[in-house]
Write a protein that binds this ligand. Sequence first.
Ligand code: ATP
Length: 463
Amino acid sequence: CSKLPDYIHDELRHFITKWTPLVAAYFNPYVQVTISEQSDEQFRRNELFDDISAYLTDKCAGGARRLKAELGKDGKLPEITLDDDVHVTDDHQGARVWWYASNKGPSYRSPGPVVSLFPYDTEPRLFRAVFHKRHRRVMLDDYLPGALEKGRGLIATMARERRLFTNHRPGNRSTWCHVPFEHPATFDKLAMDPDHKKEITDDLEAFMDGKQYYSDVGKAWKRGYLLHGPPGTGKSTLISAMANKLKYDVYDLDLTSVKNNAELRKLFIETKGKSIIVIEDIDAIEVDLAGNRKVADKKGAGGSCCDPLDPNKDDGSKVTLSGLLSFVDGLWSASGGERVIIFTTNRVDMLDPALTRRGRMDMHIEMSYCRFGAFKVLAKNYLKVEDHDLFDEIRQLLDDTDTSPADVAHNLMPKCKKRRRDDSDRSSSDVARMDADTSLAGLVETLKKARRESVTAPAAVKL
Ligand SMILES: Nc1ncnc2c1ncn2[C@@H]1O[C@H](COP(=O)(O)OP(=O)(O)OP(=O)(O)O)[C@@H](O)[C@H]1O
C-alpha cells in the first residue's frame, strides 16, 4: 500500500470518507426520530416536545428507573415526570420503540437513516425514538401521530397550572423564568364602576370566543389594553382578574432589561399562546419616534451607566419605539395567536401618541379614584357589609375627595385589635358588626381629614 502513488492515496481516502457513512447507514437497521424542545423555526418552542413528554410520562413512567419529582399544582402532592437522560420502551402493534430523553443536544449525528422532525445541533432538550426500520411505516404513520395526539389531550385535560413569567438575563442571554400564578383577584372582588366592569368583561368574553371572527376579518387574534390611572387604583389587580377570567399565563415584561429589538422579538416569540403580556409603568420609559429612549426622571435622570436603553449606545443595542410597535401590532405580533397585550401607566398624557392611538391599543381603561359604587364592593369584600348608617356620609366624602381604592381598602383592613374580655360572650356576627362599625368610623375620620387637606392642596391626597 505504501508503494501506491500519492494521488491513489488521496482518491482512496476520499472514497472512504464519502462512502463509509452511507454504507453504515445502509446496514444500520434502526431509524431515529428526534423531537427537540426548540423548533426549527428560530426561537419558537416546539409544542410537540410537550405533547410527547406528557405522553411518555403517562405511558412509560412506570417502567423508567429515574423519575423527577416537582411540587404539584396543589403545592403538596409531587408531580412525577421522566428525568433527563433516561431510556424507556414502548410497544405498538408488536413493534418496539426505544425512547431516550436527553437534556443536551446531540453532539454528533448518527450515520443511520435519521428522520429528524427538528434537526438542531444545539437544542437544549430532546426526545429521541429509535425503532427498527421494518416498522417504519407503522411508527411514522400510526404510532407517533397517535402518541402526540394523546399527549396533547393529556395536557388539555390536566388542570394546567398557570404561570407568572418575568424576563431576566443570566449571562448575556435574555430569557423567561416563572413562578406559579396564584393571584386571587377576580372581577367580583374588583372595586370599580359596575357598568365599566361589565364593558371589560364583555370585551374579554368576545375576545375569548373570537377565533372565527378574527380569522374572518383577517386580524391577528390578539387584543391590546391600555390601563391608566393614578397609583393604587387597581391596574395590577385588574390584570390579575383578567388573567384569572381568561385562564391565561402572564408574562410580565421588564423592558429595562431588554437589550435591543432583536432580544425583544425573541422574548415575544418565546411566549406561548393564551397569555397576557404586560408592560407596567410604560410612562417610566421615554420613547420617541427616532428610537431614542431613556429611563425617565422618575427612575433616575438620564438613566444609569448600566441602563440597556442608554441613548448613547448604537441602534443595535436599544429597544426602539418601532421595535415596540412591531411587538404590539406589526407582523411579529400575529405569531402564536390568542394573546392579550397590556400596558399600564400612571401618566397617560406622557405617552407617545403613536403608542396609544386607537387601533393599536384596542381598549383604553381608566382606573379612577374610589367612588361609592367601588366602595360598596370593598366594604363587602373586607367587612361583609352591604349597608350601614355611615354609608351616606361616606358617599359624600368619597365624592369630595380623590381617594384611591388602595387607600380605602387599607382603612377597611382589620386592625390588630386586642379583643375585649366580654367579646367571648358575644356571637361572631356581633363581633364582626362591631369591627365594621369601627373600620367605617375610622374611614370617615380619614376621609374628613383628606377633605380638609385637599382645601389647601387641591391635588389627590394620600391618606
Ligand atoms: N379597584 C380595586 N379593587 C380592589 N382592590 C383594589 C383596587 N385598587 C386597589 N386595590 C387594592 O390596593 C392594592 C394596590 O392596588 P394595585 O397594585 O392593583 O394598584 P395599581 O393601580 O396597579 O398601583 P400602581 O400604579 O402603584 O402600580 C391592591 O393589592 C388591592 O388590594
